[in-house]
Design a protein around this ligand. Structure first.
Ligand code: CA2
Length: 161
């Protein structure tokens, strides 16, 4: 069974942690990716993180994932609001797909309110900053392995009277 999750980040997300921390936080992309790989390992998943500023490269990676991966987590960056090509590539993927945004795009400029991706993905996570990536990976574990794979709540030991 395929156990690889592709985590894709689009244009300018390689700049995370260097500018606009009030919107995108202080973590660098390397910080986020390091945590995700660790989290994936603990869940028996191989997390393959990639970033590109080029639409065609993102499309190619999505196409490859169809046969090599169990799921895709994608923050398409500004292509969210412009790219029919990325949408079409995602729509052709018979895999669970999570669209992710660091910021709540609906609280921002009007041109960010529409996503070409949302109608073709399994679900969307937005507005939780870098923590959104962890949430997305937990959701992906559930999509790939089923609800039984969710972490069990800790049971409290009974106190003796
Ligand atoms: O909130 C998100 O995750 C976005 O996908 C980020 C995109 C933006 O175009 C989308 O509307 C929402 C922009 C990513 C640019 O990230 C930078 C980070 C630091 C410095 C400069 C850009």
């Amino acid at each position: 069974m395929k156990r690889k999750i592709l985590v894709l980040n689009g244009p300018n997300l390689n700049m995370l942690g260097t500018r606009q921390p009030e919107i995108y936080g202080h973590d660098t992309l390397a910080d986020i990716e390091g945590r995700l790989r660790k989290q994936g390992k603990a869940r028996g998943l191989d997390v393959d993180c990639r970033q590109s500023n080029h639409e065609g490269e993102l499309v190619t990676w999505i196409q490859e994932a169809r046969t090599t991966c169990a799921g895709i987590i994608i923050n398409p960056g500004a292509y969210t609001h412009t790219s029919v090509a990325i949408r079409d590539a995602l729509a052709a993927c018979d895999l669970p797909i999570i669209e992710l945004h660091l910021s709540n795009i609906h609280k921002r400029e009007e041109f960010r309110h529409h996503s070409y991706m949302t109608a073709v993905v399994t679900g969307t996570i937005l507005g939780f900053g870098a923590y959104g990536y962890e949430l997305a990976l937990e959701a992906m574990v559930r999509l790939v392995d089923g609800p039984a794979a969710a972490p069990k709540p800790k049971t409290r030991s009974r106190r003796k009277k």
